[in-house]
Write a protein of this length. Structure first.
Lengths: 441, 375
């Protein structure tokens, strides 16, 4: 037993080493943690996104000298898309910097589920742009969750709207067969309840087909698709699962132009490994697509010209890189909004939560930020933590993504009852008293 | 000189059969428990170094305690009874999901028969313990093949348990109360009217469970049952010849092991994760627990703690250290380095000491007895 004590002492000594030597931070800095994944089966998608985030924070520091003079301090932590590592990273980074973490972007729906309760207790907003819990749109119950720009329920509705448009009208959906090929995790399962609602309303036959993590084995699923012959296959994949799905579709000769990926299944790394087989594949857009916009010119001028870029200059403007900078921009603008109320100094997570909840980006402001053409106006409020629910559809022509549709807006009349129902269940289970949004300022 | 039992005379049978017969061991244990039960909570409450933030409690000590408990369970089966199991993750999952179902109320309608089984939501403590019992029942069920098949073949049979329960909790929506995403939330942790919320409270709760169950395990393995298990482990035919019933010995090992693992699973879900999906109890978790007992030391309760500490904390340290030292490495390089160093560390350890940390410690104890005059 003496040895246990000795061992514990050694352990404590090693541990304390990690806790004590935090570098002395300058006081006028706002700390933002970055949970990223540059290793593992999801690295192909995680890395470009993280590069975008890092480059945008660097741009704010280099070009503007921070947010109103408050420099951004950030640190990356590798989660490998694993929930337990994500929770560890969150605990590691949440109290760094002079005021603790400004907000957290887990870039994983699984980690979002695991952190939802913790972030509310720690008063740190959890910003899940285009992913996360769809029911957290209801800010009255989920005060600290911000599924900005679109939830999976919005995505499901937009995808079905596009299918209907291709078929020639919502009434043509009746009797059609639509399958969902999904990553078997909270991420892939999120759209299912919405698709069931839609199937009931429009009378199409909906079949969910799960794919086990990490998604490199899909033979039996595609065999089932070949037998079942669905009119459309929606793909809710991530990482290697996406390119595997396209290759397997080609192997069973399922037409690629009848496949519609969610916005996480529509980037360059998802189609390029499949080569020519990917031509014709379609995917939703979380508003923006690939390509360069005025903000990219600034990034090239202030970051890449100085050799401080985090990726190869040729990769700026890829879909996920653009999503990274969009996500970083929304966070920075929320901090700026919070500074209007609380002063131009490092702010706490609770103060930045106010900034997020009152964030309004008009067309003029989006243009000023250099995001014109990437984003439509965003308006977040207590009752609507999503802020915008637009989407378009793009198609891979073998070389690049082409936008093939007009803007769609998700049908709130269908989503809202589901949000109210599921979030009320959560509130009851966790004994959360919903805020009265009419009294929030 | 310091660690020598010379002069400690035992005058009663009770002293002779004490769990820790050597006084120094008892003192060390008392000090350790004092630190764990009083020192750590005090430091954490007043936020004294190294408990300035919740990190140490939340991300290190809490998972360490729970995984150590699961490792003790695995060690009973693998280390004491010699039945290789790759299903520990599944038994954790059974503990977690049974506790979840019991804590939120069970309703099983038998429409054809015209009645339904309804159990109202149970208190959290009862749910956790019953979750352990459910896991024990499943352990017995999946332990039955062990009467016929041995060694690596049994490992494959327990792998079936792992995959079966992974599938069940992922695919049967009844287990998750029809949650749309398949992710479930733990109920509020109320124990006898007290709500457990803060990291310190959670830590103490786990500590109580771990201390009680570790004592229970320590007592079991040195008694009649434990000796039966070890006899089976060392040579099952010889054990049978001297009158040990393999059926009873093996199935009790499966039951006790699964019970402890099940309780650990329920704690992992309720106290540590709070919200979880079946992936939290995947095959990776089973392998992790097996590595913990192999590296910590097969057939050693203390080894389970050390193994859990090593497997859980070493990678985190390797990951945190470069950043804290200010080395300009990208997260991806750090992660790759972490894999390389951790892997080589395991290889080195197992080459130098194939019996794990527990053996290193008993060698250390032997040396300490002779110190400072070794011969």
């Amino acid at each position: 037993m003496a040895s246990i004590a000795r061992n514990v002492l050694i352990l404590a000594a090693v541990l304390s080493g990690a806790v004590v030597c935090t570098p002395a931070a300058a006081q006028n800095e706002q700390f933002i943690p970055i949970l990223s994944y540059r290793t593992g089966p999801y690295a192909v998608n995680g890395a470009p996104y993280a590069n975008g985030v890092v480059d945008y924070y660097n741009l704010i520091n280099e070009r503007d000298g921070g947010i109103n003079g408050v420099k951004i301090l950030f640190e990356e932590c590798e989660t490998a898309y694993a929930t337990d590592k994500g929770v560890e990273c969150y605990e590691r980074l949440k109290s760094k910097g002079p005021t603790g973490a400004a907000f957290i972007n887990p870039l994983s729906t699984g980690i979002t589920f695991a952190l939802t309760e913790k972030t509310a207790t720690d008063k740190i907003p959890i910003v899940t742009m285009g992913y996360g819990r769809a029911d957290s749109k209801n800010g009255a119950v989920f005060a600290y969750n911000f599924p900005l720009l679109g939830t999976y329920w919005s995505a499901a509705d937009i995808a079905i709207q596009h299918v209907a448009k291709e078929l020639g009208g919502l009434d043509k959906l009746k009797g059609k067969k639509i399958s969902l090929l999904y990553h078997d995790s909270p991420y892939g399962k999120e759209p299912i309840p919405m698709l069931q609602v839609l199937a009931q309303k429009y009378g199409f036959e909906f079949t969910p087909i799960p794919v086990t993590h990490p998604g490199v084995e899909q033979k039996s699923q595609w065999l089932a698709i070949r037998q079942h012959r669905p009119d459309y296959v929606l793909v809710w994949g991530w990482g290697v699962m996406n390119s595997t799905a396209i290759k397997e579709a080609a192997a069973v000769a399922y037409p690629r132009d009848k496949m519609i990926g969610v916005w996480w299944s529509g980037a360059e790394p998802d189609v390029t490994p499949a080569g020519d087989q990917a031509a014709g594949y379609k995917a939703l857009m979380l508003q923006h697509g690939a390509g360069k916009f005025p903000v990219h010119a600034d990034i090239e001028k202030y970051i890449y010209a100085k050799g401080k870029g985090s990726t190869e200059p040729g990769k700026i403007g890829e879909v996920l890189y653009n999503r990274g900078i969009t996500n970083a921009m929304l966070g920075v603008e929320a901090i700026r909004k919070a500074q209007e109320k609380f002063g131009k100094k490092p702010l706490t997570g609770e103060q930045i939560r106010w900034g997020l909840e009152n964030l309004i980006l008009t067309d003029a402001r989006i243009k000023e930020l250099g995001f014109e053409g990437m984003l439509k106006p965003v308006s977040i409020s207590c009752s609507d933590h999503e802020g915008a629910r637009y989407g378009r559809v793009q198609q891979w022509d073998g070389k690049g993504w082409k936008v093939i549709s007009d803007w769609y807006t998700a049908d709130e009349s269908l989503i809202e009852p589901l949000v109210a129902d599921v979030s009320a269940k959560y509130a009851a289970e966790k004994k959360v008293t919903p805020r009265d949004c009419a009294k929030e300022t | 000189m310091l660690y020598r039992e010379t002069g400690q005379f035992k005058t009663t049978y009770a002293e002779d059969i004490a769990i820790f017969p050597i006084r120094q061991d008892r003192i060390a244990l008392a000090v350790l428990l004092g630190i764990a039960f009083i020192g750590v909570p005090l430091l954490a409450t007043f936020r004294i170094w190294p408990f300035g933030s919740d990190y140490l409690l939340w991300a290190i000590l809490l998972p360490f305690l729970i995984l150590a408990l699961a490792a003790i369970g695995t060690n009973i089966l693998v280390g004491y009874c010699g039945q290789i199991s790759l299903g520990s993750g599944a038994f954790m999952a059974i503990g977690a999901y049974s506790a979840y179902k019991l804590a939120t109320g069970v309703h099983i309608p038998f429409a054809a028969l015209g009645f339904a089984i309804s159990i109202p939501p149970l208190p959290v403590l009862a749910s956790i313990l019953l979750g352990g019992l459910m896991s024990a029942a499943a352990g017995i069920l999946f332990g039955i093949p062990s009467l016929r098949i041995k060694g690596l073949y049994l490992a494959v049979a327990t792998l079936a348990a792992q995959f079966f329960f992974d599938w069940a909790f992922l695919r049967l929506p009844w287990f998750t109360n029809y949650a749309p995403s398949g992710s479930v939330n733990a109920p509020e942790l109320v124990f006898f009217g007290l709500v457990v919320r803060t990291p310190v409270e959670r830590y103490l709760l786990c500590l109580v469970f771990v201390t009680l169950l570790a004592m229970l395990a320590k007592n079991l393995v040195r008694g009649n049952l434990g000796r039966q298990w070890m006899a089976i482990r060392d040579m099952d035919i010889a054990a049978e010849l001297i009158g040990i019933r393999p059926l009873y010995a093996k199935l009790t090992a499966f039951a006790v092991s699964s019970f402890i693992i099940g309780v650990a699973g329920a704690l992992w879900a309720f106290v540590y994760l709070g919200s979880w999906e079946p992936l939290a109890f995947s095959i990776d978790r089973s392998l992790e627990l097996l590595f913990m007992v192999i590296i910590g030391g097969l057939g050693s309760i203390m080894g389970s703690f050390i193994g859990a500490a090593f497997i859980l904390i070493a990678p985190i340290m390797l990951n945190v250290l470069p950043t804290e030292l200010g080395l300009p490495l990208s997260t991806q390089t750090i992660t790759h380095l972490q894999f390389i160093i951790f892997g080589s560390l395991i290889c080195y350890l197992l080459i130098k000491e194939p019996h794990g940390f527990a053996r290193l410690i008993s060698i250390g104890k032997e040396k300490l007895r002779l110190w400072p005059f070794p011969y």
